[in-house]
Ligand binder design. Structure first.
Ligand code: NAD
Length: 332
């Protein structure tokens, strides 16, 4: 492929991905399967790596999500809500480890936290003196929508934290999602009233959160798993593992299937175990998020424009596709 052919294909891919992003993030109504989207996205990324001069700021690879919908007030996030780098098999997970270790050659001891990747919609919650004052969607990662009234209907989000001396300001992030039985119930109800069905629980959750009437949101029983804690400086929490336990002690629902791992081998076992077990869960997961446990090491590694270098999402293949994870385990 020469450069002008590459430019042509890049333009085509960007157009397709932009359309797909709009349908997915703004309309909550996807026009293609996630696995196809991921393939096209990878192709664009590979071409841009091969021809870095063709990268532009407005390429879908340079941004997270899409612009917030206009019916809610826009709120700029104090700290951006990044996306996650994807790995599609265990070899790519190993390559990620090699990359971050090259960046920090002096680190010999480290731990990973494995969490299930909940297939929902990310929220940023702000608590002032322990009281929920704001709930905002991820939006494009920099600016989200103020959906506080809707967030207040989610019963697993405490309106007041169970802490004796709550910090002045605290931000919690996590995933709002629809349990599978609730998703089925909503779609059945929509079928009976001849409304368009939701494509999947993730889009149903995102669509529900952006309902203008909080009473409708209240009737759809969204849930929320907390997974990120931003405290003011000089606090006692120094690891992701401790932050998850702290979130739980504050009254949040934290996914119980998390694991502290001492090696990539343990991570691999966790990923393989959950590739099968996830089918027994009452909610959707589309992979595993692997995070470096120690905040100090996270800080050293930092962020790219789009995602943290200290975390990665291992995505499971689509249900009907052949399993990649199982095949690659022998090489790890
Ligand atoms: P992503 O959903 O692949 O991963 C990042 C998100 O994971 C975070 O923002 C967070 O919301 C979520 N997450 C869940 N559990 C988590 C945990 N325990 N810890 C941290 N984060 C957790 O990335 P994205 O940028 O939101 O979306 C990209 C993906 O969306 C694509 O890979 C594709 O599969 C899908 N997509 C599909 C279409 C389509 O047309 N079908 C269009 C756009 C995007």
């Amino acid at each position: 492929m020469n450069i002008s052919q590459a430019q042509q294909r890049i333009n085509q891919l960007r157009q397709q991905l932009q359309k797909a992003n709009y349908a997915y993030y703004v309309l909550d109504n996807p026009i293609m399967e996630d696995s196809i989207y991921d393939q096209l996205y990878r192709e664009l990324q590979d071409l841009e790596t091969q021809y870095p001069d063709l990268i532009t700021d407005h390429s879908p690879t340079q941004r997270v999500g899409d612009s917030p919908a206009s019916q809610f007030a826009s709120i700029k996030h104090n700290i951006p809500l990044y996306s996650l780098e994807n790995a599609f098999n265990l070899q790519e997970l190993r390559q990620w480890q090699d990359r971050w270790q090259r960046q920090t050659p002096n680190i010999e001891q480290f731990e990973y936290v494995c969490e299930l990747k909940i297939d929902g919609s990310a929220l940023a919650l702000t608590y002032e003196n322990g009281v929920l004052i704001r709930g905002v969607t991820r939006g494009d990662g920099t600016t989200g929508e103020n959906i506080t009234q809707n967030v207040r209907t989610i019963r697993s989000i405490p309106l007041k934290l169970t802490l004796e001396n709550p910090p002045n300001l605290i931000e919690i992030r996590g995933e709002a999602f629809l349990p599978l039985d609730e998703f089925d119930r909503i779609n059945l109800e929509r079928e009976q009233t001849a409304e368009a069905l939701f494509a999947n629980p993730r889009n149903a959750a995102a669509g529900t959160l952006r309902q203008l009437d909080p009473k409708i949101v209240d009737r759809r029983r969204l849930q929320f798993f907390a997974y990120t804690l931003h405290l003011p400086q000089n606090n006692q929490i120094t690891t992701q593992w401790d932050s998850l336990n702290y979130l739980q002690s504050m009254g949040f629902l934290v996914n119980p299937n998390r694991k502290l791992c001492q090696s990539l081998e343990e991570v691999t076992n966790y990923c393989n175990q959950w590739e099968t077990n996830r089918r027994n869960l009452p909610y959707m997961t589309d992979g595993v998020v692997v995070k470096i446990n120690n905040y100090e090491l996270q800080k050293q590694l930092g962020f790219t424009q789009k995602f943290p270098r200290w975390a990665i999402a291992l995505k499971y293949p689509a249900e009907e596709a052949p399993t990649i994870v199982q095949d690659i385990i022998v090489n790890v």
